[in-house]
Write a protein that binds this ligand. Sequence first.
Ligand code: ADP
Length: 188
Amino acid sequence: MYFSPYLMSLRNKIFICRSDITKIAVDAIVNAANSSLLGGGGVDGAIHRAAGRKLLEECKEIGGCNTGDAKITHSYNISQIKAIIHTVGPNIHSKVTERDEKLLTNCYWNSLQLAKKNKLSSIAFPCISTGIYSYPNDSAANVAMRTVKRWLETNDNASKMRAIVFVIFTEVDYKIYRKTLPKVFPSS
Ligand code: ADP
């Protein structure tokens, strides 16, 4: 099999780890928020608890975020990171539509664009939309990795991005991500 040096170099920037995202040391962590940005359950609740009340105050000033968009805030009491990027994934009520897939793609893409704009060189993503918002885990992992790969292919030279970490919270997602990684980055 031919191992493309180009794909290998992109693959070297991707990491999977099983952890609580509030404990990760990267420049920015991504929050799977809701459109009010006023906090919620799941990873959103964990990030707000760890960052403290000042995060809520800043989020109130931002005034919300549309599905698929991303907004950046300070990190407050999460002292090992520089910023929090809040994005809102699609909420799946029955079957995933093309629009849902596009919106989930936008979450990853717009978060990476915001990181690039702010000269952040490492970013950690949770499995956006796969908790309370019920996006099927397998398809969500595919969207996450394919979008990150496409973003790296088009932005790698122009950005300072050194590490993109998928922070996995559940055993189910951990298995899926380890299976998906070599499919999306076949040179690994
Ligand atoms: P959504 O509303 O976008 O579905 P959730 O927070 O309910 O957001 O779930 C998104 C993902 O975040 C799920 O895979 C869930 O297991 C995971 N998760 C929950 N808490 C944490 C945490 N502290 N760190 C990382 N991931 C988390």
